[in-house]
Design a protein around this ligand. Structure first.
Ligand SMILES: *[C@@H]1O[C@H](CO)[C@@H](O)[C@H](O)[C@H]1NC(C)=O
Ligand SMILES: *[C@@H]1O[C@H](CO)[C@@H](O)[C@H](O)[C@H]1NC(C)=O
Ligand SMILES: *[C@@H]1O[C@H](CO)[C@@H](O)[C@H](O)[C@H]1NC(C)=O
Ligand SMILES: *[C@@H]1O[C@H](CO)[C@@H](O)[C@H](O)[C@H]1NC(C)=O
Ligand SMILES: *[C@@H]1O[C@H](CO)[C@@H](O)[C@H](O)[C@H]1NC(C)=O
Ligand SMILES: *[C@@H]1O[C@H](CO)[C@@H](O)[C@H](O)[C@H]1NC(C)=O
Ligand SMILES: *[C@@H]1O[C@H](CO)[C@@H](O)[C@H](O)[C@H]1NC(C)=O
Length: 424
């Protein structure tokens, strides 16, 4: 399906100028097949980092230096990849990984992660399960946990962690008292919860989820992590009542709230208040796009100074993912979002000329050439921004009432392992 929106007419061909002629990524945004093959090349290299499907390895784990949460994020990207392209190459690995890491209580709280797992980490796996439900990703065997129930399990296990004893509420960053960061309340943890709650409201029609989304939005604003200008600080320690803000701004914080707001807009049948919030967040994300070259996404907190760490190199992936999904839940955002995803995809593709196969993508898309950086986050970010340009090709997310096939369980995850019964 093509909209009547104008697309860039140019054909971008990135050719690696090396001693040998190496084929690099060609990208023509006017041609869905071109976008699909570019996405496949970038995804193939992304998957060269993953070994969890091999006999004797742990499904769903990535080798160092990649943390557990980034694997959940990667399988979320692969669910989108399948929905956007129809290519099921990595579907089985994705299902295997999600089900393995959901264990033992079907809520993405595997015992191996109790020394590190934060609410944000759990949320990235939960958001992958939510995407699987929304996109009708092939359902697991009937005797296994189902996608919708997994997302509900993450929601339920986080709702009981809402903590009004400090800062007036909110989720802590860490789940377990013994982990560094237990005293920190942060935007991405609350944003992940807000995102899942709003999408569950839309998917199931159950107003309880929407009430939690409202409450989480309100708290984020009241505590000041969401500024009156609709920008997002990273978080704050609860020892100082969450008033001593860590002022760093990340693309994914704006993105995670943007899609949540868009879902609330849609759930409320187009309410003015959620329309305004969606618009305001989107407008405030101007700061994450360059003026020269125009409209190219960049991680302004670290790219200009070259300090992006492993996790941070993947953040643009989620921002692109959630911007694209926002255009389906809040169609009035389409004309603002698409030129940014188009310009960013063109610039990103130009960076994917590195490495042994000429498909390694760089960190800085604004360079419009490979910047010498290689890694899983670089590949995932390029993959997501490329495939996001197929958003008009795919149907909007399904719901219980409208084509959804995933089986839910509103009680999933409640009363199960939240660490409290481990004896600490
Ligand atoms: C490069 O391509 C070879 C052959 O297809 C593949 O085995 C290898 O994993 C690729 N390497 C990277 C970094 O993508
Ligand atoms: C994926 O898993 C299904 C069900 O176990 C199996 O029938 C199918 O052959 C697998 N596909 C691939 C490509 O491995
Ligand atoms: C936890 O670690 C053990 C030992 O390495 C491994 O056998 C198991 O598969 C891991 N569990 C998960 C969910 O990764
Ligand atoms: C949205 O509209 C539908 C259909 O008219 C209605 O059933 C639903 O209750 C409305 N939702 C809200 C939150 O007002
Ligand atoms: C809600 O999303 C659907 C699916 O994209 C769309 O058709 C509908 O117009 C949206 N509702 C509003 C109020 O924009
Ligand atoms: C959009 O954001 C800019 C800052 O980037 C701000 O100056 C402007 O007032 C905002 N516009 C609206 C309509 O909120
Ligand atoms: C709605 O969601 C809440 C929270 O998970 C749950 O307790 C309740 O049973 C759900 N209601 C229905 C009708 O599914």
């Amino acid at each position: 399906m093509w909209s009547n929106i104008q697309r860039p007419g140019q054909v971008i061909s990135t050719i690696l100028l090396a001693t040998q002629a190496v084929h690099a990524i060609d990208l023509n945004l006017n041609n869905p097949d071109s976008i699909k093959s570019a996405a496949k090349a970038v995804a193939t290299e992304m998957m060269s980092y993953y070994t969890g499907y091999r006999p004797g390895d742990n499904p769903g784990n990535l080798p160092d230096p990649y943390f557990w949460w980034e694997a959940g994020a990667m399988f979320g990207a692969l669910i989108d990849y399948w929905a956007y392209t129809g290519d099921s190459t990595w579907n089985n690995m994705t299902t295997q990984a999600l089900l393995w890491q959901a264990s033992p209580d079907a809520n993405f709280m595997p015992k191996n992660q109790t020394m590190t797992e934060g609410n944000d980490d759990q949320a990235f796996w939960g958001m992958a399960a939510m995407s699987a439900a929304e996109r009708n990703f092939p359902n697991p065997p009937a005797d296994q946990p189902q996608w919708l129930a997994l997302a509900q399990a993450v929601f339920n296990s986080q709702a009981v962690r809402w903590d009004p004893t400090t800062c007036g509420g909110g989720l802590r960053w860490q789940i377990f008292t013994w982990n560094k960061g237990y005293g920190y309340k942060n935007t991405i943890s609350n944003g992940g919860f807000f995102n899942i709650a709003s999408r569950l409201a839309k998917y199931t029609g159950n107003k309880t989820y929407a009430d939690w989304a409202d409450k989480t939005w309100q708290w984020t604003a009241d505590v000041g992590f969401l500024t009156p200008e609709y920008r997002f600080w990273d978080g704050a320690d609860d020892t100082t009542d969450c008033k001593n803000y860590n002022l760093i701004e990340w693309t994914y914080n704006s993105g995670v709230y943007l899609l949540g707001a868009a879902n609330m807009y849609n759930f409320t049948n187009g309410s003015d208040i959620w329309r305004d919030r969606t618009l305001q967040i989107l407008n405030a994300t101007n700061v994450f796009f360059s003026t020269e070259p125009e409209n190219v996404m960049y991680e302004r907190a670290c790219e200009p100074v070259g300090t992006c760490q492993v996790d941070q190199k993947s953040f643009k992936a989620y921002f692109a993912r959630w911007m694209a999904a926002t255009t389906q839940m809040a169609p009035f955002t389409y004309d603002t979002i698409m030129p940014r995803l188009q310009a960013s995809a063109i610039a990103a593709a130009k960076t994917c000329t590195g490495g042994p196969n000429g498909t390694s993508c760089g960190v800085k898309w604004t360079d419009q050439k490979w910047d010498g950086s290689r890694g899983l986050g670089e590949q995932m970010s390029a993959l997501e921004v490329l495939q996001s340009n197929l958003i008009q090709e795919v149907a909007p997310p399904v719901t219980d009432a409208n084509g959804g096939t995933s089986i839910g369980n509103p009680a999933a995850g409640s009363g199960s392992n939240d660490g409290l019964e481990l004896g600490y």
